[in-house]
Write a protein that binds this ligand. Structure first.
Ligand SMILES: Nc1ncnc2c1ncn2[C@@H]1O[C@H](COP(=O)(O)OP(=O)(O)OP(=O)(O)O)[C@@H](O)[C@H]1O
Ligand SMILES: [Mg+2]
Length: 298
């Protein structure tokens, strides 16, 4: 089971849109998926038509009231489940402040679901507080949704510092799987520059023992697509709302990329280590991508 934290402390970069629609796309591709809404804003729950005011069991039940994973989880479809957020989650960070082991509460609860899902997606809030730390402590991987923005790389240092701290102190298996560009406009010079900077950054850390040394810049760019912004207000994913839109195509492509990436890594872990290979994974083929390869127009 892969537990993926969708994380970026910057607000409005597409964490929730990616959690909701990558989750649905993974399920469409035959994977068993559970999403956990880690954000007191509850946007992921609302995206799936669940009102946080009327939720009885939620992430709060699991973290603060010591409820089980099964209790807090709702099955939405054959292959999709969700642990919703609720309004009381906003108090959880304060309520848990003196609880011993407060950073690993989620990890301990999730362990029970190990055989039930192929993927658990954690939609993090836009902060680096206790809820995000719980997500990082429980995760096997981090995916960073990011806008190709003027200040896109600002703040990434702080994010990676947090990842490294959690990996050193709580969760040594934690890896940054990659960065996915959201709300992407391929035509702009700015986005070309941001892509180049990100590729450079990734190349520089390849072969080190940092948790992001084998991170990739996902080839799939999630294009700006109004349908993706509209679908949550109908309590629908893009696949229910507009299954042939660019948004649906992009999240399908991202799901394929994610599945292939982890399949390759799974095989690599199982394969016997080659005798005289230099250490470190080659990331070049992953990032040698052309931002313009995707079809345009909606
Ligand atoms: N590819 C896209 N095209 C158009 N609009 C998008 C796209 N992705 C996200 N949006 C819209 O941008 C806004 C922010 O997206 P989203 O809520 O997913 O970001 P977030 O990182 O989860 O935000 P927060 O930090 O508040 O949790 C939302 O209104 C969403 O509908
Ligand atoms: Mg969000």
């Amino acid at each position: 089971m892969r537990v993926i934290a969708l994380m970026n402390q910057k607000g409005g970069v597409g964490k929730t849109t990616t959690s909701a629609n990558l989750g649905a796309a993974l399920a469409e591709a035959g994977q068993r998926v559970c999403m956990i809404d880690m954000d007191p804003q509850a946007h992921l729950s609302i995206n799936y038509g669940i009102e946080p005011e009327s939720v009885e069991k939620s992430l709060y039940t699991m973290l603060v009231e010591e409820g089980s994973f099964l209790e807090a989880m709702q099955r939405l479809d054959k292959r999709i489940a969700l642990v919703p957020s609720s309004i009381d989650l906003v108090a959880a960070e304060v309520e848990l402040v003196n609880v011993p082991g407060r950073e690993t509460l989620l990890r301990n609860r999730i362990a029970a679901a190990d055989h039930d899902f192929d993927y658990i997606l954690l939609d993090c809030p836009p902060s680096l507080g206790l809820l995000t730390v719980n997500a990082l402590a429980a995760a096997t991987d981090v995916i960073i949704p990011m806008q190709a923005h003027f200040l896109a790389l600002q703040g990434v240092g702080k994010l990676l510092e947090t990842v490294q701290l959690v990996s050193q102190q709580i969760n040594p298996q934690l890896r940054v799987a990659g960065i996915v560009l959201t709300m992407f406009d391929a035509q702009t010079r700015l986005s070309t520059e941001v892509v180049r900077d990100l590729q450079q950054f990734i190349e520089q850390t390849a072969g080190t023992n940092l948790p992001w040394s084998d991170a990739v810049l996902f080839k799939t760019r999630i294009r700006r697509n109004i349908k993706l912004a509209e679908s949550p207000s109908f309590g629908q994913t893009i696949f229910q709302y507009e299954p042939s839109s660019n948004g649906a195509q992009d999240y399908r492509a991202l799901a394929r990329e994610v599945i292939n990436l982890f399949r390759r890594r799974g095989e690599k872990q199982q394969a016997p280590a080659p005798a005289a290979e230099p250490s470190g994974e080659t990331v070049a083929p992953e990032i040698a991508s052309d931002p313009d390869v995707q079809p345009q127009g909606d």
